[in-house]
Design a protein around this ligand. Structure first.
Ligand SMILES: Cc1cc2nc3c(=O)[nH]c(=O)nc-3n(C[C@H](O)[C@H](O)[C@H](O)COP(=O)(O)OP(=O)(O)OC[C@H]3O[C@@H](n4cnc5c(N)ncnc54)[C@H](O)[C@@H]3O)c2cc1C
Length: 429
């Protein structure tokens, strides 16, 4: 019996597992084990809509056991702590897992570029929990700002900063704007729209660096028109508690600083032997194998393939690589030639909040309402499972017809910034 272990039930790992299952159907001498630290798959493109209360958090995740259905692969919810590629063993919290083949798809982590204070003093948007914490944090601040009279304090509470003008930063600040301008204004009678300041900070000369250059000016103008302050050419040099410092000497005080400025490979990927690229991704050959370890495949955000070292860290890349890694394991078993990964862009879709988006797919370039409809249709189609598709479609319909839900569902202590405020309660009297 040979064992294939797949690490990570995200876009790459899940795709690889499903492909392995298909190819080895009926092979009783192959065992497939999927390992993930959560018992669900998360559809990250809809995470910003958790922050704006547009979608219920549970609707963008799908339990792995539901996805598995009647498939026979085994699933282990556990945390990978280290990998010993020489001994062909993965160490998880509950013990050791020997393998014959390994597919590594553990994703990425936030990159803070060694900027002092950035990690300690900002919020993150990588996990479902991050999304819920940020949503509750914003609501918590609004609850306080609603009845505070000190102008300086109100300004600090009602200034929202997102660092990073890539697609995550742009989608997030657009969702925050929808939530604050469409819902908070009106419901919170002590808060006025003119008091709220939303700032998007980008180090380079453009937002949406990965999108068609022809669509970038449209996106930038729309952000401005919708009341978002876009600070281009503004590298952050330090983040202190509730203060962002820019290279030009400006300081922005804000109780909400979200870091969406960078991504680097997961620490476990950086610990794999062999060369790595500048953001820690393991360098793999065209067949996605690790040097000197043809039984180890690395895919997704943690891989830098020789044939496409600059491939973006997006879901379609992870899924295609997951499929190729799985097929190459089948080829190895059958002594067939291996397949190579080639990057083919599937385009880019970026939501600019309610009724607006930019889309660049093949020769098609769209912006505005029809682009937004296209964005919605594609994301609904890509969601895993009919039940989730229905739930998200209903959330969108309800979010259009009714006010969004502003109940704070977690104790703010889950958020270290809220926690700091609790330690100094005079801030809110
Ligand atoms: C907010 C946000 C929005 C995004 N929007 C888009 C978008 O619109 N379009 C797009 O194409 N891409 C988008 N992406 C990027 C996309 O999510 C990634 O490129 C993709 O998920 C990479 O797939 P992966 O398989 O490498 O990793 P992931 O999908 O991140 O999967 C990694 C898995 O490993 C698990 N894991 C982590 N550590 C451990 C551990 N120690 N032990 C066990 N399991 C572990 C995680 O729980 C996760 O399930 C977005 C990302 C974010 C954060």
């Amino acid at each position: 019996m040979k064992r294939i272990v797949v690490l990570g039930a995200g876009f790459g790992g899940l795709q690889a597992t499903v492909e392995l299952e298909k190819k080895f159907r009926g092979s009783n001498d192959i065992e497939i084990l999927l390992v993930n630290d959560q018992n669900y798959f998360m559809f990250t493109p809809l995470l910003p809509q958790i922050v704006s209360s547009y979608i219920d958090p549970r609707h963008i995740v799908q339990p792995v056991r539901d996805i598995r259905g009647k498939r026979r692969f085994a699933f282990l919810r556990d945390t990978v702590e280290s990998i010993d590629v020489n001994a062909r063993r993965v160490n998880v919290t509950s013990g050791a897992l020997p393998y014959d083949y390994l597919i590594f798809s553990i994703g990425s982590q936030t990159e803070y570029f060694k900027i002092p204070g950035a990690r300690e003093n900002s919020l993150d948007l990588k996990s479902l929990e991050n999304g819920v914490v940020l949503r509750d944090h914003i609501l918590d601040l609004c609850e306080h700002a609603d009845h505070i009279s000190d102008p300086a304090e109100r300004k600090r509470l009602l200034t929202f900063v997102v660092v990073g003008g890539g697609y995550t930063g742009v989608e997030l600040i657009s969702e925050m704007r929808d939530f604050l301008f469409r819902y908070v204004v009106g419901r919170y009678r002590g808060i006025h729209r003119g008091e709220m300041r939303l700032v998007l900070i980008e180090a380079s000369a453009n937002v949406l660096g990965g999108v068609d250059p022809l669509l970038r000016p449209y996106a930038t103008n729309r952000l401005h028109q919708e009341g978002i302050e876009v600070r281009l050419n503004s590298p952050v040099t330090r983040v202190a508690e509730e203060v962002v410092e820019l290279k030009n000497g400006d300081h922005i005080e804000s109780a909400t600083i979200v870091w969406a400025a960078g991504v680097r490979a997961h620490a476990l990927a950086e610990a794999l032997p062999g060369p790595h690229d500048r953001i820690g991704r393991a360098s793999v050959n065209a067949s996605l194998q690790l040097a000197n370890h043809p039984e180890v495949f690395v895919v997704g955000d943690s891989a830098s393939a020789a044939t496409a070292p600059d491939a973006p860290r997006v879901a379609p890349v992870a899924m295609t690589q997951g499929t190729i890694a799985a097929r190459n394991i089948v080829h190895l078993e059958r002594n067939e030639p291996l397949e190579s990964y080639e990057y083919v862009s599937k385009g880019m879709l970026v939501s600019l909040g309610m009724n607006d988006a930019v889309v660049s797919v093949g020769g098609l370039r769209l912006h505005g309402y029809f682009a937004w409809l296209f964005w919605n249709a594609v994301h609904l189609y890509k969601l895993v499972g009919f039940k989730k598709q229905v739930q998200v479609a209903l959330d969108w319909a309800m979010g259009t017809l009714f006010p969004r839900d502003a109940s704070i569902i977690r104790q703010p202590r889950a958020c270290r910034i809220c926690e700091a405020k609790r330690a100094a309660p005079t801030v809110f009297v």
